[in-house]
Structures are given as C-alpha cells and as structure tokens.
Design a protein around this ligand. Structure first.
Ligand code: SME
Length: 159
C-alpha cells in the first residue's frame, strides 16, 4: 500500500473517533495513536498553545500535549525550534534533516527528520501536530497534504 493509500484509509478512522467526542485531549490522544501506530513514527504528538508562559503573564507558549513515543521537552517558545517556527509562520514546516535546521530542539538524539503542522481555529494557531522520524527525509508533500487535513479536522471541532 502506498503512503497516500494509508492516509486515505486513516482519515475516516480519525473522523470516526473524533466525530462524536468534544474533549480536545481525548481527540489529540487518539489522533496521535492512530498516526503513530499506522506509520510507526518515532514520536507523534501535539504541543498546545497555552494561556501564559511559565511565570510570564500575557506571553503564550507551547506546552506538551498528548503524544506517543519517548519523553519530550514540555515547553517551547514562539519562533523556537521547528514547532515554534510552525506556530509563528502559521504553516507546515518539513525538515528533511533536523541537524541542519537552525535552532532545532532535540528532544531525542534518535530523531533525524520532522514535520510540524499547525492546528488553526478561527485564524489562530491553537496547537501544533509534531511528528519525528528516525530516518532522514521521511516527510513530503503527501504527508503535508493529509496531515493538514487532520489538523483542519481537529481545528474544526476544537473547543
Ligand atoms: N524538535 C522539536 C521539539 C519537539 S520534539 O521533536 C518532540 C522542535 O524543534 O520544535
């Protein structure tokens, strides 16, 4: 089965598990599990835009949400790392080789490539979907296309 066929089969499953659930944590958890188990990524999860940065009122930052994989860093500031860059630019960031990405935050030394997709609600980024691979150059326009659909689905039911 091609990667595209796998995504095409996965999307209705994601719709099915999130369609009747309103809790964002439950939905992020199941989306991370479905993607992670289907593709065997190294790390699959979410960072959620928090109300306030730790001890700095009024400044938002990303906080670790539901994920599958090894322990990860818990907080990321806007514009930092791949996740903070995707949040700031409001667009998907594909990194074929994380060692060549200026400012990459290495939560795991085993990670070699990465994709981060923003989850947008009412024109604001509310979270990012972050996926890491142990292989170089894992993610392409097919991943971007379907992961953006997943993010759009989540953004549409985010409350
Ligand atoms: N590499 C990410 C940090 C999160 S971990 O990959 C789970 C980044 O540079 O933002």
């Amino acid at each position: 089965m091609t990667k595209e066929q796998r995504y095409i089969e996965l999307l209705p499953q994601i719709e099915a598990v999130t369609g009747t659930e309103t809790d964002r944590v439950a939905n992020m958890a199941n989306i991370a599990a479905l993607l992670h188990c289907e593709f065997g990524f190294w790390w699959t999860g979410f960072y959620v835009v928090s109300a306030d940065r730790l001890q700095v009122v009024g400044e938002k930052e990303l906080v670790l949400g539901p994920f599958q994989g090894p322990v990860a860093c818990t907080r990321i500031r806007k514009g930092r790392g791949v996740c903070g860059t995707s949040w700031q630019r409001k667009e998907t960031v594909i990194v074929p080789d994380v060692h060549r990405f200026e400012g990459h935050i290495a939560c795991s030394s085993e990670s070699n490539s990465e994709i981060v997709v923003p989850v947008i609600k009412d024109d604001d980024v509310v979270a990012v979907l972050d996926i890491d691979s142990k292989e170089f150059d894992t993610f392409d326009q097919t991943d971007k296309k379907y992961l953006e659909r997943v993010a759009q689905m989540l953004g549409g039911i985010w409350q």
